[in-house]
Design a protein around this ligand. Structure first.
Ligand code: ADP
Ligand code: MG
Length: 329
């Protein structure tokens, strides 16, 4: 991707959390470990992986809710770490986030009109009348009726609340939307409506989405590119076409084989890769490849050396010793 096609670039991002007991550091979790990827302008990248793999932490580091221990984040070629805090927070207005749980992320004491207009207040945009008008306009973009503006969050359905959260994120005309499992609190029919809405909004505004989900079928439907995380590290990444048609990391293969298909013929003949055991303790991950304790293909080298990402194809990166050996012999 050439530079002006990249909206957001994440380079060697690491985030560590220290767990303390009575102010004594008990352990360190490398929640995000040397993660790099680019988000193309007007495209969607899905981040997938089990609970605790670091998906939310990546989004929080991008938006400045947690501090990166290492690495850099670049929006339109401007590196956040080279800005003072005021300039960085102004630049961050171009990035907005939609959380998983709309009821938890919307202030229950504020009316919908105030909730939607709040980012305009924060960014000191327009006067009160301008803001009300902008709130009305954005509401119609997410297919909600103007009479909802005077209501409170608990008076709305789950789908309506998530549309409000999306409207609130869109009102400052961001370039990048970070979506953290935005559909998982919604029922299936409403999910499909919100997926369509997000696609329409993306097309109309050339928006870029970073979409966290544990639902691989959804990722393959909505995303152009996918990043597969295991214990904070990228194990496989690339275009959806490459990764889903030719999944090569044993972890991705296991995740994908757990996704049911509608095709009975495929369903009855395909081999399932079952993941054995639970994910390792994040305070004490395995040496070498952190997936090796659950990996059906693990060899001796996997416990000694940490596998680095290499290019399997032009649109396909993977970190696996076994695949590396096979592809280079
Ligand atoms: N504020 C925090 N303090 C300490 N540990 C955290 C904090 N937030 C997340 N973690 C840990 O970091 C890891 C990644 O968490 P998270 O990014 O929430 O994963 P995901 O979104 O993929 O489920 C987990 O081991 C989690 O327990
Ligand atoms: Mg999460």
């Amino acid at each position: 991707m050439s530079a002006n096609h990249i909206a957001l670039s994440v380079d060697s991002l690491s985030v560590n959390f220290r767990s303390r007991v009575f102010s004594k550091v008990k352990g360190v979790v490398h929640a995000v470990d040397q993660v790099s990827f680019d988000l193309g302008r007007g495209t969607t990248t899905a981040i997938v992986g089990e609970t605790g793999s670091g998906k939310s932490t990546i989004l929080k580091a991008i938006i400045g809710l947690v501090e990166a221990s290492e690495g850099s984040i670049t929006l339109n070629d401007v590196n956040f770490s080279q800005l003072n805090s005021r300039a960085a927070s102004e630049l961050r207005h171009h990035i907005q986030m939609v959380f998983q749980d709309p009821i938890g992320s919307l202030n229950p004491r504020m009316r919908i009109s105030e909730i939607i207009a709040e980012p305009l207040v924060i960014t000191k945009t327009g006067n009160k009348i301008d803001r009300e008008q902008m709130a009305q306009e954005i509401l119609s973009k997410v297919d909600l009726k103007p009479e909802l503006l005077s209501r409170f969050p608990h008076q709305l359905s789950g789908g309506q609340r998530q549309r409000v959260a999306i409207a609130r994120a869109l009102i400052v005309q961001p370039e990048v939307l970070l979506l953290d499992e935005p559909l998982s609190a919604l029922d299936v029919l409403v999910q499909a409506q919100v997926v369509r809405l997000l696609a329409d909004i993306q097309k109309a505004g050339n928006l870029s989405y970073l979409f966290v989900t544990h639902d691989l079928a959804l990722a393959s439907e909505i995303a152009d590119n996918v990043v597969v995380l295991y214990l904070g590290r990228i194990v496989e990444a690339g275009s959806v076409k490459e990764v889903f048609e030719n999944p090569s990391h044993p972890y991705t293969q296991a995740l994908l084989s757990a996704v049911p298909t509608a095709d009975h013929k495929i369903e009855s003949t395909r081999e399932r890769v079952i993941l054995i055991g639970d994910p390792p303790n994040p305070f004490d991950p395995p040496s070498g490849c952190s997936f090796r304790t659950r990996c059906p293909a693990a060899e001796e080298k996997c416990s000694i050396e940490r596998p680095q990402l290499f290019d399997l194809a032009s649109d396909h990166r993977i970190a696996c010793h076994v695949v590396h050996q096979r592809s280079s012999s």
